[in-house]
Design a protein around this ligand. Structure first.
Ligand SMILES: Nc1ncnc2c1ncn2[C@@H]1O[C@H](COP(=O)(O)OP(=O)(O)OP(=O)(O)O)[C@@H](O)[C@H]1O
Ligand SMILES: [Mg+2]
Length: 251
């Protein structure tokens, strides 16, 4: 039986604006589930609530109401954090460390042995094409190089579930293709992948299923194969635009 490993029920998050102490509903009653080994893409315009969702799944934010379960535990549970990998939207690093030192440090945080850290760091640096920059201080890395290092760091513990927030942002066309290839490889390994993106061609290539988030609400969800294979929509973009415009009409 296929079991969901990520579940949200009526998940709602209000942010409090510092200005005038007004409440703003960033996420409104999100109910979704992601099966083991599924690649799920949460797509939406800027400000739709994608990052807020991811932070709630990871326990970095507390829900205003509703619930989150990842691998059967509430978001942010210690035993779950060991089994997940996270790439934040704009990763920041200690600029004086080299890429290799940073990955070594990340491996130690997860309790890897010295030898494991070294081997895993070398493999991951190769995977993200940073071997030549392994001994360069991160402060000298370009934006794309930092994004690649963030991707490597998110995989240091060989996670069961991968949460990536805009993994292809800031990358050149070759970098974007490389990341799509890495995602396809992780899929082959049976990883569960939760992706936030608004780069629809990337999502189309790697995801099994998408959810369309608009103004904090899930306004559409379907398998990519049903969207683009059934003939109802020309492509994912047409489906995305239709979900958004029909939700605007309903309001
Ligand atoms: N800490 C916060 N305090 C107040 N408002 C916030 C906070 N974080 C996010 N918001 C607001 O919540 C809404 C959703 O933001 P979120 O970052 O989740 O969107 P997003 O879909 O990830 O957008 P993007 O594609 O630009 O990354 C936005 O209107 C944003 O301004
Ligand atoms: Mg975001």
């Amino acid at each position: 039986m296929i079991s969901p490993v990520i579940v949200t029920e009526h998940l709602t998050k209000d942010h409090m604006s510092h200005f005038l102490r007004k409440r703003f509903r960033a996420l409104d009653g999100l109910t979704l589930s992601v099966d083991r080994s599924e690649t799920y893409g949460l797509i939406g315009l800027n400000g739709a609530g994608k990052t807020t969702t991811l932070k709630l799944l990871l326990g970095l934010l507390k829900p205003t109401s509703g619930s989150v379960s990842v691998l059967g535990s509430p978001g942010g549970a210690q035993q779950t954090l060991r089994k997940i990998g996270f790439l934040p939207e704009s990763p920041h690093f200690y600029s004086y460390l080299t890429g290799a030192e940073f990955l070594d440090f990340s491996g130690k945080v997860f309790g890897l042995t010295k030898v494991e850290c070294k081997e895993r760091a070398a493999d991951l640096l190769k995977m993200v094409s940073l071997t030549e920059a392994a001994k360069t201080a991160i402060g000298k890395y370009s934006k794309g190089m930092m994004q690649r290092l963030g991707i490597a760091q998110s995989l240091i513990n060989d996670p069961e579930i991968i949460f990536w927030d805009e993994p292809t942002s800031g990358l050149d066309p070759i970098g974007r293709r490389d990341v799509r290839m890495i995602l396809l490889k992780l899929k082959e390994q049976g990883k569960t992948i939760f992706l936030n993106s608004h780069l629809l061609p990337d999502v189309n290539e790697v995801c099994d299923r998408v959810g369309v988030l608009h103004r904090g609400r899930l306004v559409g969800t379907d398998k990519i194969s049903s969207i683009t294979g059934g003939g109802s929509y020309q492509d994912l973009e047409a489906y995305f635009l239709e979900c958004i415009s029909s939700s605007e009409v309903k309001v």
